[in-house]
Design a protein around this ligand. Structure first.
Ligand SMILES: Cc1ncc(COP(=O)(O)O)c(C=O)c1O
Length: 393
C-alpha cells in the first residue's frame, strides 16, 4: 500500500518523540529530568474540573453545536474583548480541539499550492509542517537572540512577495519566550495591510507574561481585525493540555468556511469539557496568577543557573515557559548536546533545530517542572557542558 503523495511533506513535533524516548529510558530504570515538555506541570484548577464533572452528571454528553456551546462562545467573546482590546461578537468565535486545530484550519482555508506563508524560525514546527502539507511554501523569518528573540520588521517586509498569503506570528513565543512589542506589532500590521496579507496570531501564551510585559493583540490594531485570525486556548493558561480545547477568533469573511472545516473534521469539541472551559474563563483567576508567579521564579532560577555554566548564553525572556540558550561554545550542535545530556546525565531537552534551521546552536528547555528538578538538572548539565567548553576554548 502507498501513502498519498502529500504525506511526503508532512512534518512532526519532535517534543513528543523525545518525550517517548525519555520515558522509555525511565522505564528501563534511568533517572530522567524532563525539560522537553511544553505543558504546565500543574493540575487543572479544581473549580474547572468540578464544572466539567457537573456537566457530565447533567447529561452534557451529546454533540455540541459545531462552533462551540453558546455559553463558551459568549465567555470567549467577552474575555477577548476585555483582554485583547477589540470588540468580538460570539459568532466570530470557534471552539476547536486544542489551539493547534486553529492553525490547521487557518492554513487549510487560506493557503493554495504555491502560496507562501512566512513562519518564525525558530518557531512552533506545525506552522511549517501544515503549510507544506497543503502544498504551500514556508518562508522562514529569522528570530535572533541578539534581537531579544523578536522578529525584525524590516526583514519581514523584505520577505513578503506577491505570493505571500499569510504571516504567522507567535507572541509570547515557543521556543524562545520572546515577546513582540507594540511597536513591532504596529510595523507588522502596516506590512500586512500594505501587502494585503492575512496574519495568524498565535497568542496561546498571552497570559504567561513577566516583569510587566504587555500583551498586545495585533487584531486590536487599526484595520487588523478583518485580516487576523487569533489563536488562543486553555492548554497553557489553565493547565488544560489534556482537555484539548482551543479557540479561534476569525474575521467575518472566514466564519462560514471555518465552520465547514470543523464540521468536516471534528464535528465540535467535547461537550462536557467546554463547560469546564466556561468556568475557567468566568470563575476566579487566582490559580492562573499563582501559576504565572511560580513560572516567573523558575524562569529566574533556570536563566541564572544556565548563565552560570561557562559557555552558555541565555536570554531572560518575558513570556511563556521556555528558554533557548546559545550553546555554541560547547563545540557541539544543539542536537548533539541534547543527545549527550539525555544519555549521559538523564536531562531531556530539545535540539534547537526542532524549531527550524536557525536553532542549530541552541537547545530548548521548558521550565514547566519543579524548582527542585530544575536545580538538579542544572547541576547535571554543568558536568557535561563545562568540560566541553573548557576543551573547546
Ligand atoms: C506556540 C504554540 N501554539 C499552539 C500550541 C498548541 O496548543 P494546544 O495544546 O492547545 O493544541 C502550542 C503547544 O505547545 C504552542 O507551543
Amino acid at each position: 500500500m502507498y501513502l498519498s503523495t502529500r504525506m511526503i511533506s508532512i512534518g512532526t513535533e519532535t517534543a513528543f518523540e523525545v518525550a517517548a524516548r525519555a520515558r522509555a529510558l525511565e522505564a528501563a530504570g534511568r533517572s530522567i529530568i524532563h525539560l522537553q515538555v511544553g505543558e504546565p506541570d500543574f493540575d487543572t484548577p479544581a473549580n474547572v474540573r468540578e464544572a466539567a464533572k457537573r456537566a457530565l452528571d447533567a447529561g452534557k454528553t451529546h454533540y455540541p453545536p459545531f462552533p462551540g456551546i453558546p455559553e463558551l462562545r459568549a465567555a470567549i467573546a467577552a474575555d477577548t474583548t476585555a483582554r485583547k482590546g477589540f470588540a468580538v461578537a460570539p459568532d466570530r468565535v470557534f471552539v476547536t480541539v486544542g489551539g493547534k486545530g486553529v492553525m490547521y484550519y487557518a492554513i487549510l482555508a487560506l493557503v493554495d499550492p504555491g502560496d507562501e506563508v512566512i513562519v518564525p524560525d525558530p518557531g512552533y514546527p506545525i506552522y511549517e509542517s501544515v503549510t507544506r502539507f497543503v502544498g504551500g511554501t514556508p518562508v522562514p523569518i529569522p528570530i535572533r537572540q541578539e534581537h531579544e528573540f523578536r522578529l525584525d520588521p524590516d526583514e519581514l517586509a523584505a520577505l513578503v512577495t506577491d505570493r505571500t498569503k499569510m504571516i504567522v506570528i507567535n507572541s509570547p513565543a515557543n521556543p524562545t519566550g520572546g515577546v513582540l512589542t507594540r511597536g513591532d506589532l504596529e510595523r507588522i500590521a502596516a506590512i500586512a495591510i500594505e501587502r494585503d496579507v492575512v496574519v495568524l496570531a498565535d497568542e496561546i501564551y498571552s497570559r504567561i507574561l513577566y516583569d510587566g510585559a504587555e500583551h498586545v493583540s495585533i487584531a486590536a490594531l487599526p484595520g487588523m481585525a478583518d485580516r487576523t485570525i487569533v489563536l488562543d486556548g486553555f492548554s497553557k493558561t489553565y493547565a488544560m493540555t489534556g482537555w484539548r480545547l482551543g479557540y479561534a477568533i476569525v474575521p467575518e469573511w472566514l466564519a462560514t468556511g471555518f465552520g465547514k472545516l470543523i464540521i468536516n473534521s471534528i464535528t465540535g469539541a467535547t461537550t462536557f469539557a467546554q463547560y469546564g472551559a466556561v468556568e475557567a474563563l468566568t470563575g476566579p483567576q487566582d490559580a492562573v496568577d499563582a501559576m504565572v508567579a511560580e513560572f516567573r521564579a523558575r524562569r529566574d532560577l533556570i536563566v541564572d543557573g544556565l548563565n552560570a555554566i561557562p559557555g552558555v548564553r541565555c536570554l531572560r525572556p518575558y513570556g511563556a515557559f521556555y528558554v533557548f540558550p546559545d550553546i555554541a561554545a560547547t563545540g557541539l550542535t544543539g542536537a548533539e548536546l541534547a543527545e549527550r545530556l539525555l544519555l549521559e546525565v538523564g536531562v531531556s531537552v530539545l535540539a534547537g533545530t526542532a524549531f527550524g534551521g536557525l536553532g542549530t546552536q541552541h537547545i530548548r528547555l521548558s521550565y514547566a517542572n519543579s524548582r527542585e528538578n530544575i536545580s538538579a538538572a542544572l547541576e547535571r548539565m554543568r558536568t557535561v557542558i563545562a568540560p566541553l567548553v573548557a576543551a573547546n576554548a
